[in-house]
Ligand binder design. Structure first.
Ligand SMILES: Cc1ncc(COP(=O)(O)O)c(C=O)c1O
Length: 292
C-alpha cells in the first residue's frame, strides 16, 4: 500500500508528521515561494535545476537567499520515491521566511517543505476532448514570480467552478489575456504559436514545448493576446508541469475552431512527453556522474 512521505527542513518524514508552526510567515502573512514539478521514468525529477532556479528567483522577492541545492533535493525525491511505493511523483517545494519571532515580519530560520504524492495528470478523456476555460478581469501580483499567494487566482477559479470550466484566464486592465491561474496560455493561428510573455510566469513547460513545436514546423511568436485573439484561434492550449500540454476547446461562451482538439495539440503532446522522459533520464545520469 503506497504511503505518503514528505520532507521538512530537508528530512524525510511520514506525511502526517509534516507540520508547520501557526506562526509561520507563510501562514500569517502569505509570504512564500513554491514550485511544482513531476517525475518521469520511475521517480526521476524533471528539470529540477530549472525549478530550483525559479524558486530562488521568487524567494529573492522576500529576501531569502538559496539555502539548499539540487543534489540534496534529488536525494530527498529519490528517498521518498523509494519509501512511498508511488509510481511517479508530483513534487511541491515550498519555502517561506519561517516562524515569526519578532515584529511583523521577523524570522530567523526559513521553512522548507517538500510535498510528494502520486502524480495525477488529468484523465485521458480531457486530452482527447479538450477542456473549457473562462476569462476574468484581474492581475496577478508579481506575475513573473511563483509566490504562494493565489488569492486573486482563486476568485477566477471560483468563477470557473461555477461555470464548470477547467481553467480561468487573467485579463489585465489593457484587455490582454496573460495566463491561466495555474497554467500558461498559448494559441495557434495559421502555423504559428503565439503566447504572452509579459506579466505572466515564465513557464518551464512552455519553454520546453517551444523546441518541440519548432521542430514540428510551427513558428513561435511572443506577443500580447486579446480575448478576440483567443476566441478566434485555430487551437488554444494551456501548459503546466503536471498537465504538460492540455487543449482548450471553449473559452467563455466561444467555441474554439470546431470545438474539437486540434491536430497540433494531438501531434505535439506525445512528443513533448517523450522529451520530458529523456530530459529526466539525462539529468539523472549527469547528477550520478557528478556525484562520482
Ligand atoms: C500562474 C502560473 N502560470 C503558469 C504556470 C505553468 O508553469 P510551469 O510550466 O512551469 O509549471 C503555473 C504553474 O503552476 C502557474 O501557477
Amino acid at each position: 500500500m503506497p504511503t505518503d512521505f514528505f520532507a521538512l527542513d530537508g528530512r524525510v518524514i511520514p506525511a502526517a508528521e509534516a507540520t508547520v508552526s501557526v506562526l509561520d510567515l507563510g501562514f500569517l502573512r502569505g509570504v512564500g515561494a513554491f514550485e511544482t514539478l513531476r517525475t518521469y521514468a520511475d521517480g526521476l525529477p524533471h528539470l529540477l535545476g530549472e525549478h530550483l532556479r525559479r524558486i530562488w528567483e521568487s524567494a529573492a522577492a522576500f529576501g531569502l537567499a538559496p539555502f539548499f541545492g539540487e543534489s540534496e533535493v534529488r536525494r530527498l525525491i529519490s528517498e521518498i520515491h523509494r519509501r512511498s511505493g508511488h509510481g511517479e511523483l508530483r513534487v511541491n517545494l515550498i519555502v517561506t521566511p519561517g516562524e515569526n519571532t519578532s515584529g511583523v515580519f521577523g524570522a530567523e530560520r526559513p521553512t522548507w517543505v517538500m510535498i510528494a504524492r502520486e502524480v495525477h495528470a488529468p484523465p485521458a478523456e480531457l486530452y482527447e476532448q479538450g477542456v473549457t476555460a473562462v476569462t476574468f478581469a484581474a492581475t496577478r501580483h508579481l506575475p513573473t514570480l511563483k509566490t504562494t499567494s493565489y488569492l486573486v487566482g482563486k476568485t477566477g477559479l471560483l468563477l470557473a467552478d461555477q461555470l464548470g470550466a477547467h481553467e480561468a484566464f487573467y485579463v489585465d486592465p489593457a484587455g490582454y489575456v496573460t495566463e491561466g491561474v495555474t497554467s500558461n496560455l498559448l494559441v495557434v493561428r495559421g502555423g504559428r504559436v503565439m503566447t504572452p510573455v509579459k506579466d505572466c510566469l515564465p513557464g518551464i513547460t512552455k519553454a520546453g514545448l517551444r523546441p518541440v513545436a519548432e521542430a514540428a514546423g510551427l513558428a513561435w511568436y511572443e506577443c500580447n493576446l486579446t480575448c478576440d485573439d483567443v476566441y478566434t484561434a485555430d487551437e488554444v492550449w494551456i501548459t503546466s508541469a503536471v498537465r504538460e500540454l492540455l487543449p482548450v476547446v471553449q473559452v467563455d461562451d466561444r467555441t474554439i475552431a470546431q470545438g474539437v482538439v486540434g491536430p497540433w495539440a494531438k501531434r505535439l503532446r506525445p512528443l513533448y512527453h517523450q522529451r520530458c522522459i529523456a530530459e529526466a533520464r539525462r539529468d539523472a545520469a549527469a547528477a550520478a556522474a557528478a556525484a562520482g
